[in-house]
Design a protein around this ligand. Structure first.
Ligand SMILES: O=C(O)CCC(=O)C(=O)O
Ligand SMILES: [Mn+2]
Length: 207
């Protein structure tokens, strides 16, 4: 697995076509139970361009009133989040070797013009645990920097089936999605096809 910067591990094509299809089916079932919603920026209240939902004991969300946070229930339905699919728990064990399971799986759905600004993942109490994410559907231009916003960044492409780990010295590195790349060659697998162009799943320990 190529190490992009120490602790940042890119695993191209970790999920083969069959595993991507199975994962898409699982995620479509999560979305059916926990519908996609729009989070808002803490101060401005401006809507984020990705739509999201979660599975696992805790889910990430944000709004103008309470800001970035984890919560055990869906903000609109009030229901607990569906469980994290077993294949993702298995992948967490295989790729991170971290002794405790992830507590949150954030599902981000990008339309063709969605992006995500440079940020750190720091709403978790535990920075020792790695962050593991998977991409499905359209490629994207992913940007990765250092622990300070002003540090130099690099960009690389994440493709459907890729896994990315931010661990150790890279756990708090700034990162974001510059843009989704044309998706003619890699539409989202069937059950997710109508939802958007790219799906990203981020597994995290929270407590
Ligand atoms: O979509 C991605 O690849 C990154 C998502 C991300 O950084 C986040 O949700 O915190
Ligand atoms: Mn992030």
């Amino acid at each position: 697995m190529p190490d992009i910067v120490p602790g940042a591990l890119h695993h191209p094509a970790f999920l083969d076509a069959d595993a991507q299809k199975r994962l898409a089916q699982e995620i479509a079932e999560v979305i059916a139970a926990a519908p996609l919603f729009t989070s808002r920026m803490p101060k401005s209240g401006l809507p984020m361009s990705v739509r999201m939902t979660n599975c696992g004991p805790l889910g990430w969300m944000s709004d103008k009133e309470k800001g970035y946070r984890y919560a055990p229930r869906h903000p609109e339905t009030g229901a607990p989040w569906p469980p994290i699919p077993q294949m993702l728990l298995d992948a967490w064990d295989a790729l991170t070797g971290y002794p405790k399971p992830p507590e949150a799986c954030l599902i981000n759905v990008y339309s063709e013009d969605a992006k995500m600004g440079l940020h750190q993942d720091r709403d978790e109490a535990d920075f020792d645990a790695p962050i593991l994410s998977f991409s499905l559907g359209a490629d994207c231009r992913f940007r990765l920097g250092g622990e300070r916003r002003a540090e130099k960044t690099i960009a690389f492409t994440l493709c459907s089936g890729d896994a990315l780990i931010l661990s150790g010295p890279a756990r708090l590195c700034f990162h974001g999605v510059d843009r989704v790349l044309p998706s003619i060659l890699t539409p989202l697998p069937a059950p997710l096809a109508g939802q958007g162009a790219r799906v990203n799943l981020t597994l995290r320990r929270v407590t």
